[in-house]
Structures are given as C-alpha cells and as structure tokens.
Design a protein around this ligand. Structure first.
Ligand SMILES: [Zn+2]
Length: 399
C-alpha cells in the first residue's frame, strides 16, 4: 500500500476516512454503546454517525446487540465492535524464540505457537521456520480473513528499511529484509516495529487508566535492553525509528567493549543475557535462577540479580532526566524477578533523581499474564489499519 507522505491537503475522502477511524477508535474503548453516545463523544452530527455505522455494519466490523437503556430512560439499539472477521498475524522475534499468534482487530488472541531458535542454526534457518509458522497460522484461521502481519524484533531496528540494524548475541539477522521478504511471500501488508516500542504501545492500549496525555516509558530488560517511549498516545520514534535504544547508552566510558562499538553499554550490565553469563556455571536457564531466588537458597544469586536491577535503575535515571515521564513500566525477562527488581530500581531512582521529579513518577511492573511485546506486534498492524479503514476493512463489499 502506497501512502503519499508529502501530501499536505485534506480531501473530502480523507475526512470521511478520518471520521471512520475516529468512530472505530471510540468504539474500541467502549463495550456496547449507542449511536447517540458516539454522536456526543465525536462531535459529529447524527446523520454522519448513521452513515458511518451503516457502512461499518456492512463491513462486518460493527454489529447491533439489541435494545439498551440509555440516559434519561431513552431506549436505543446497542452497537459494538466485532473484530472477528479481520485477523492479524502477530510475530515476536527474540534472541532465543520465535512466537507467532493469531489476533483479531480488537487484539483478542486466538492461537499462539512458540519455537526455540539458536544462533548456531543461523538466522536464515530461523527465518524459514518463522515463515512456516505464519503459513500454518493463516491456514488455521477459519473465520474471516488475515489482513495484515505485524512483526516485532529486538533493536536497533531500521524500521524504514524493514530490517534489524544489529542483533547482539545473534548475528545474521541484519542481512535479512524481514518486511520485504514476508510481503513477497504472503502478499499481505507487513508492519515492523522495535519490540520495546510495541510493548509500550500495548500497555497504552490496554492500560487501566486509558489516559490520553502524558509520557509513558516501557522498559524491556530481557536478552537485550530497549525502551519504548509513548508521548500522548504516540510512539516516539526519532529520525530513523531508533529512539529508545537505551541498551547502548553507556554507563561507563571505561567499561567493556560492546558489539555496537561503544564501551560500557547498559545492556552489558543488566540484560538477562549478561546476567546468565555472570551466573553461567550454575544455571542452565533463567527459570532456574528465578526458582533459586524464590526459594531463597543462594544469597549470591540474589545479589547478582539485585546488581543487574541496580544498573538498570542507574541507566533509567538518565532517561528520566531526559523525558520526565509520569509512568515507567518494567517489562520483559528481568521484570519476572518481581519485587527484587522493582524495589531495587525504585530505590536507585529515588536516590539519584530530583525529588520533585520522582514524586510525580509511578514505576510499575508489566502485566504478568500477557506477552505485551507479542500483543504489541498485532497492535502496530491494527493501528495502521485503523488509520485507513476503507483500504483494509471493506473486504465483504469487494466479493
Ligand atoms: Zn552497545
């Protein structure tokens, strides 16, 4: 799909598209609502709402739910979004796993499949496995149609080029144009995003407060370290889409050399890859580390995790001073350690950030029950679909 970025005017068709987009987004935040409620919330007039809703019903994206009681005892017909006919394949590429899942337009997950990958087998093999999983997932889908693919990858990601700039601990991916190859293979639009940015977006989408304004930073401290910065609901990407690569922010100019060429990069101190390297002899996996900590068997292991969390907090101090966020969410593997990491990060930040700033700052752990970066891979695609609903969602009409 070609969207002309240089266009500056707004045609009548664009206005219609913007209104459809607005209505779907308003409905996404409500379960069942009425046309009157949407008229009020959007500021559009009644006949515009009627036309748009009729169109969305014909696309199968909105359904009527029967009579509901409105304000002042007025009864009306309830309507709600129906994401089921429009499916998205969400993919999370990590350094040791590939996860592929089937979602609908509302972000509901239908099926998930995960495989382990290893750098010894090479990135080309891993990429072939990914394609097979996507093919299987498309075949599995029985209701509606897959309309887009979303992929999230560790960074640094060259988003406009559709490929990873460098994947530390797993070389070779930088040679593969993931976006272009998947588009050619499956003839579907493919959206690619840095995993931490997608995780940030997922938290904003499903966040309990449903806030519209503010600065939220999602920190993905896993096999690498990255951050997603969301400002007033939009992901901050920077010039090349590489903003938030805090893993390669140096905390020691004299420190060890990193694969990126810099010295003392944050992820050398607080990624789970680095943590496992420190604990290498004793632990085959991260699960065994968490188990040991929970059972309180080794004070040395606990100290190593606390140390990693301390470095993460220390790195975040610079990020907080740069962006003055209202909310920080600690996610990915290191956050699985729970309170030990949460409390340590909070105490470092309280110690090194001005009290005026830290008083206004909330630091939370990410949802435990969801892989927010995987969910984010679908949301990145959904957001693009919702920007141009008529291009993706009127499939029924074309048949
Ligand atoms: Zn680095």
């Amino acid at each position: 799909m070609i969207v002309t970025k240089t266009k500056r005017g707004t045609n009548l068709e664009d206005v219609q598209e913007m209104n459809r987009s607005l209505i779907i987004r308003l409905m996404r935040r409500r379960s069942v609502c009425s046309r009157a409620e949407l008229t009020q919330a959007s500021g559009l007039n009644q006949s515009t709402i009627t036309n748009i809703i009729n169109e969305l019903i014909s696309w199968g994206i909105v359904v009527e739910t029967g009579v509901i009681d409105g304000k002042k005892g007025r009864r009306s017909i309830g309507i709600k979004l129906n994401g089921e006919p429009y499916k998205i394949i969400g993919i999370r590429l990590a350094r040791n796993t590939i996860t592929v899942a089937l979602f609908d337009l509302e972000g509901t997950e239908y099926r998930k499949q995960q495989i382990p990958i290893h750098k010894m087998d090479g990135s080309a093999n891993a990429f072939n496995r990914m394609k097979e999983m996507i093919g299987d997932m498309i075949e599995f889908n029985s209701i509606g149609q897959v309309v887009a693919i979303g992929v999230v990858t560790p960074g640094p990601l060259l988003r406009d080029e559709g490929r990873i700039g460098l994947m530390t601990y797993f070389p070779g991916w930088e040679k593969i144009n993931i976006q272009e190859e998947l588009m050619n293979e499956f003839a579907l639009p493919v959206y690619i995003e840095h995993d931490a940015k997608a995780g940030a977006l997922a938290h904003w989408w499903f966040g309990s407060s449903h806030q519209d304004h503010g600065v939220m930073i999602y920190v993905a401290a896993g096999q690498g370290v990255g951050a997603g910065i969301v400002i007033d609901g939009k992901v901050f990407r920077g010039s090349l889409g590489m903003a938030g690569e805090i893993g390669h922010m140096s905390i020691d100019y004299n420190g060890p050399l990193c694969e990126c060429g810099n010295r003392g990069c944050l992820e050398l101190y607080c990624s789970t890859s680095a943590l496992l390297q420190t604990l290498k002899k004793e632990y085959p996996s991260l699960e065994s580390v968490w188990k040991e900590i929970n059972e309180d068997r080794s004070s040395e292991t606990k100290e190593a995790v606390r140390q990693a969390a301390w470095f993460l907090g220390f790195g975040l101090v610079s990020i907080i001073n740069t962006f003055n966020p209202d909310r920080i969410i600690l996610g990915d593997e290191l956050a699985e350690a729970g309170d030990l990491v949460h409390d340590t990060v909070k105490s470092v930040i309280n110690e090194y950030v001005l009290p005026e700033i830290s008083r206004k700052l909330t630091i939370d752990l990410a949802y435990e029950d969801k892989d927010t970066m995987l969910l984010g891979s679908a949301i990145v695609a959904i957001e693009s679909i919702l920007d141009l609903p008529s291009s993706y969602l009127n499939l029924q009409n074309e048949k």
